[in-house]
Ligand binder design. Structure first.
Ligand code: SF4
Ligand code: FES
Length: 253
């Protein structure tokens, strides 16, 4: 069986020493990349070549490499997570590119996600938003109520589950012209707003999480829906509508 022809590519990669230094695009040539390689494997190959030449490898974030952790935040050819729908960068394969292509690889661009080095950004702003209200209080002192003892409407359970699939990758922020975190924040609010277990802190949750997002420097919702288009988990704009309803109700009660 004949093997698929390897790809010869030009890579234009954002290099930046640290948060304070000025970055710039550097050009690299890479040859004979298997179309079956993942995008991150292609970067691994590039880094091996750079190390062999005594050059500094390109820093990029990754962990699970199976679309779960949300850390592989790369802006590829002007699109968060590159071409392809409902996938993260680690799920992108080189067969999405053609021999001779030039590929631009940049970090997320948002003031609330400062660049740490090269392609790595600091997404701890998302953690602080979560800490502001993304939790429920459950008695774990030995008197814990069995979760199945509380009946939940199937539709609500399914919707809450869909919202909970947000992996906190930040592609929604990178896609938004206002660098808004509305889709992320609304997913984290919705997963509890739809469940009885989330009602105790509901009012404080929406007020505190929205306030924290503003404090972190994320912009207002642009109403363009770019976030939903680029979200690898298909988080729906309906979450933002739900967050706005929750916020209004909490503000006037
Ligand atoms: S809403 Fe989608 S794009 Fe935004 S952080 Fe969650 S999974 Fe990523
Ligand atoms: S490395 Fe975990 S989602 Fe891509």
């Amino acid at each position: 069986m004949s093997q698929a022809k390897g790809l010869n590519l030009t890579l234009k990669i954002w290099r930046q020493q640290n948060a304070k230094s000025k970055g710039k695009i550097e050009t690299y040539q890479i040859e004979n990349i298997s179309p079956d390689s993942s995008f991150l494997e292609m970067l691994d190959i590039l880094n091996t070549e750079l190390i062999d030449k005594g050059e500094i490898p390109v820093e990029f974030d990754h962990d699970c490499r199976e679309g779960i952790c949300g850390s592989c935040s790369l802006y590829i050819n002007g699109e968060p997570h590159g071409p392809g729908k409902r996938i993260t960068t680690c799920q992108l394969h080189m067969r999405s590119f053609k021999d001779g292509d030039t590929i631009y690889i940049e970090p997320w661009r948002a003031a609330a996600f400062p660049i740490v080095k090269d392609l790595i950004v600091d997404r701890s702003a998302f953690d602080r938003i979560q800490h502001a209200g993304g939790y429920i209080s459950v008695n774990t002192s030995g008197n814990t109520v069995d979760a199945n003892a509380t009946p939940i409407d199937k539709h609500d359970a399914d919707e809450a589950f869909n919202s909970a699939t947000c992996i906190g990758c930040g592609a929604c922020v990178a896609a938004c012209k206002n660098a808004s975190a509305s889709l992320f924040v609304s997913a984290k609010i919705s997963q509890y707003a739809l469940l009885p277990q989330g009602q105790v802190e509901a009012k404080d949750r929406v007020l505190n999480m929205v306030k924290q997002a503003e404090k972190e420097g994320f912009g207002p919702c642009s109403n363009t829906g770019a976030c939903e288009v680029e979200c690898p988990k298909g988080i729906s704009l309906e979450n933002i509508a739900r967050m706005n309803r929750e916020f209004l109700a909490a503000s006037i009660s």
